[in-house]
Design a binder for this molecule. Structure first.
Ligand code: ADP
Length: 497
């Protein structure tokens, strides 16, 4: 009984009401405006100097590398010019040791080595041709060659971008911490390692994954005016949207294309409300933040994205386990006294380790609607080394995990709804009745059950959007968004060489 009532109390702490959503959106709009007018604000609103989205007729073969928070993806993309593309890709987990490596060289070397094996495996013809040319040319470094791959480098951390293939790292997020990289041009760091391996590759464009998602969604949507927003809900969360140039003037330097009157901005909304003016904050959120590598930063992301949801849940579970009156995952036969030994959880379980609970199991919990929660109980056993969890255990786990997931989805709606309102499209007669397209990517939005439905429920509740407005917002997965988007930006960049 104690477990059920304690669970109820905890679930209530993660409730994020319609009223909270509206308060959140108001503050989001205020912080968008603040970011447009000043540097150094919570939301950086970084200009990308990309002033148009594609229309689907673009063609060519490009390489793309995506350094996400969890995985490294290397791919080649053939744009067919008819809204379609062919993609060949490989994926590798980024070793945790490299995320906090002594020097950034180790990380960029790892990326270059993966590009090397990808080209040898999938595009050996390019490789061979290039080597032959190098051997016969007197000035091998100086020539331009269509066999040199133009590469779009998706690097999803805050950078100060000063050119289409040049950007200085502002800070690490998502658990990365390699101090010597701060302030350096990440494209140059990658090119250096590529050149050391003599690969036929030029880093042509620096791409934020959100911008890539927006470009990819626009490329693959035939006959549309293009998407408004590209958003990621994966290891981290962030969004890029199209803003009127007249609203960004203060932030822009040098030459840029003014013909469209618009530019894509990278919001860096993971840092929305770092001051905690409006974000919901439980004692568990506080603990997670204090024990993170960047306390006080990425406060929105720490409540929304895949990397953190599992850890919030883990912290809640540990607090429940420590309370002996609750008896979660209790071992009735234990004669021990300390809290870990009275549980039916193996000492090596991820529940006892920081970052040990992958948020993927929250999807299993949300999806399991069988009367005895059999699938979830099995998963608790196989993933988290909980021996024979009872149904009450699984019910508590499911209820708390779902509350955390639901809060994340409703918070995501604050960001998406805020951008839609900022665009003014819902009330602009020129767009009357037209859909407002939002491309999304990331395991959380793709795999967490009903994530988008929960977002829509919250969007409907937002003043200025309502049922009718929410119906016009079309949130669609931009499959392989970062790869295709990076290829599209590499294409734009190659045209500027
Ligand atoms: P990245 O952001 O590195 O490009 P992903 O979009 O695949 O990679 O996101 C990985 C994150 O998503 C991890 O934090 C992982 O815990 C989480 N995740 C993966 N699968 C699921 C799932 N089924 N449900 C919820 N979260 C998931």
């Amino acid at each position: 009984m104690a477990l059920a009532s304690e669970t109820k109390r905890l679930v209530a702490q993660f409730e994020y009401t319609d009223e909270d959503v509206n308060i959140g959106v108001k503050e989001f709009l205020r912080q968008i405006d603040e970011g447009l007018n000043q540097d150094g604000m919570s939301m950086s609103q970084i200009p990308t100097y990309v002033t148009a989205v594609p229309n689907g007729t673009e063609k060519g073969l490009y390489l793309a590398v995506d350094l996400g928070g969890t995985n490294l993806r290397v791919c080649s993309v053939r744009l067919n010019g008819d809204n379609s593309f062919n993609l060949t890709y490989s994926k590798a987990a980024i070793p945790k040791t490299l995320m906090v490596a002594k020097t950034s060289k180790e990380l960029f070397q790892f990326i270059a080595q993966h590009i090397d094996s990808f080209i040898k495996e999938h595009h050996y013809d390019h490789y061979e041709h290039h080597i032959r040319r190098r051997e016969t040319m007197s000035n091998p470094e100086g020539y331009r060659d269509e066999h040199i791959f133009r590469l779009g480098f998706t690097f999803s951390f805050p950078v100060q971008q000063v050119g289409i293939n040049k950007g200085f790292l502002i800070r690490w997020t998502k658990g990365f911490d390699i101090p010597d990289a701060i302030g350096k041009d990440v494209c140059a760091l990658l090119q250096e390692e590529i050149d050391l391996l003599h690969l036929p590759v030029k880093v042509a464009a620096l791409v934020n994954d959100t911008v890539g998602t927006l470009m990819a969604r626009s490329y693959t949507s035939p006959g549309k005016t293009g998407a408004l927003l590209g958003a990621i809900f994966g290891t981290g969360t962030n969004g890029a949207y199209i803003e009127k140039l007249s609203n960004i003037k203060k932030k822009l330097q040098g030459q840029y294309d003014v013909s469209t009157g618009e530019m894509i901005l990278n919001t860096e909304w993971g840092s929305f409300d770092n001051q905690l003016n409006v974000l919901p904050t439980t004692t568990f959120d506080v603990k997670l933040d204090q024990e993170s590598v960047n306390p006080g930063f990425q406060m929105f992301e720490k409540r929304v994205s895949g990397m953190f949801l599992g850890e919030i849940l883990r912290i809640v579970l540990v607090s429940l386990l420590q309370d002996k009156s609750v008896q979660l995952f209790h071992d009735d036969n234990s004669s021990h006294n300390d809290w870990k030994s009275t549980t039916s959880i193996a000492p090596e379980s991820g529940i006892f380790k920081k970052w040990g609970l992958d948020s993927a199991i929250m999807s299993v919990a949300a999806l399991d609607n069988t009367p005895d929660l059999g699938t979830l109980r099995q998963e608790l056993d196989s993933q988290l080394d909980v021996y024979s969890p009872s149904m009450e255990d699984a019910q508590a786990f499911k209820a708390i995990a779902s509350a955390i997931g639901r809060r994340a989805a409703r918070l995501s709606a604050v960001a998406v709804g805020g951008i839609v309102l900022q665009s003014g499209k819902l009330t602009d007669p020129a767009f009357a009745g037209q859909p407002i397209d939002v491309g999304v990517d990331g395991s959380l939005v793709e795999h967490y059950p009903h994530f988008r439905t929960m977002m829509y429920d919250a969007l409907k509740a937002i003043d200025g959007i309502g049922e009718a407005g929410a119906e016009r917002i079309r949130i669609g997965i931009a499959k392989d968004g970062s790869g295709v988007g990076a290829a599209l930006i590499a294409l734009v960049a190659a045209g500027m060489e």
